[in-house]
Design a binder for this molecule. Structure first.
Ligand code: IPM
Ligand code: MN
Length: 360
């Protein structure tokens, strides 16, 4: 079959370890279905600063442009966190990459797994049945607005937030399309009682809804209330649609529902490129210890198969294998404190489940 070129930007901290396990699982899928996945590594983040002085070097950008999909690990290094004035920071690489590749829609699904209902700090009965997805706008808003900086006298700082109708519309289309394949409901999260950008979001989303997606249920929540509803009644949500900064905050909050940040995958897509990465960060304390949870990255690989390659059955087999591992208590220490498996063991187990299919 046709070769799929996958750029692997493993990045910093535990990034390389979790990417290796996702590659292991993709290879198992390739073996069973006869797909040819070709992996090419590129530098990003602190690792790239070390190599080239740039957290998103031009070679990495070319590699991404020449690939069918990107698997991303994590970036960030304590060296930079403790120095807020550092001129070059790993995060800049991530933001530049999102912009340069036009990855405007960040998709973050949150599922409450049956086997983990008691590991969440939230009550079992509150989170049972949760299956939601956050559509976070990723290349606009306060993250990228100009002006941003300090006043000349250094007594003030400012970050402008700007959205165009077109930026809102293109991600809203993706959210409505996704809702049609799910529970057919979109909740727009904003702060329209205060912010002009939020009022533009409402305007544009309402208009699009009336004209093209009237069959989808649409409701609105102010972000402060949404933050509360998300932990009080998470199973009431289907698709949450929101701007860059609100989506950043709500997706970390929502991760608590699943029981561990180590479970949450994501996709960042645009009109041409697509990048798949775990929601968690580089977890530097765990680097090299073989204790990091690889499931978020493995599930990100499943999103890649489904979204970029239209390999729906393959993706669902990965998800099934992940469920099996959770049901059988095979997981890292963030999930199973008493008898944890290593990063490698979890990857081996999930890849093994997939390879078993051959025997059937
Ligand atoms: C995320 C991260 C990034 C963001 C940081 C590292 C710039 O928190 O992907 O959610 O804020 O977008
Ligand atoms: Mn974040």
């Amino acid at each position: 079959s046709e070769t799929k070129k996958i750029a692997v930007l493993a990045g910093d901290g535990i990034g390389p370890e979790v990417c290796d396990e996702a590659i292991k699982v993709l290879k198992a899928v390739g073996k069973i279905w006869g797909h040819n996945f070709q992996f090419s590594k590129g530098f990003v983040g602190a690792a790239a600063i070390g190599e080239t002085g740039d957290p998103y070097p031009v070679e990495t950008h070319s590699l991404c442009l020449n690939s069918d999909a990107i698997l991303f690990g994590a970036i960030g290094d304590p060296k930079y966190d403790n120095d807020p004035n550092a001129k070059v920071r790993p995060e800049q690489g991530l933001l530049r990459m999102r912009k340069a590749l036009g990855l405007y829609a960040n998709i973050r699904p949150v599922t409450a797994y049956e086997a983990l209902l008691d590991s969440s700090p939230l009550k079992h009965e509150r989170i049972a049945g949760t299956d939601l997805v956050i559509f976070r706008e990723l290349t606009g808003g306060i993250y990228f607005g100009k002006p941003s900086g300090r006043s000349e006298n250094d007594l003030e700082a400012f970050d402008a937030s700007l959205y165009s109708r077109q930026e809102i519309r293109r991600i809203a289309i993706k959210a409505f399309e996704a809702a049609r394949k799910r529970k057919n409901k979109v909740t727009l999260v904003d702060k329209a009682n205060v912010l002009a950008t939020s009022r533009l979001w409402r305007d544009e989303v309402k208009d699009l809804h009336q004209r093209e997606y009237a069959d989808v249920e649409l409701d609105y929540l102010f972000v402060d209330n949404a933050a509360m509803q998300l932990i009080l009644n998470p199973s009431s949500f289907d698709v949450l649609l929101t701007e860059n900064m609100f989506g950043d905050i709500l997706s970390d909050e929502a991760s608590v529902i699943g029981g561990s940040l180590g479970l949450l995958p994501s996709a960042s897509v645009g009109d041409s490129s697509a990048l798949y990465e775990p929601v968690h960060g580089s977890y530097p304390q765990a680097k090299g210890k073989n204790i990091a949870n690889p499931i978020a990255t493995i599930l990100s690989a499943a999103m890649m198969l489904e979204t970029s390659f239209d390999m729906v059955e393959e993706a669902s087999l990965i998800r099934q294998a992940v469920q099996d591992s959770l049901n059988e208590g095979v997981g890292t220490e963030d999930l199973f404190k008493s008898n944890p498996s290593t990063t490698n063991e979890v990857g081996d187990y999930i890849a093994g489940k997939i390879l078993e299919k051959e025997k059937v």
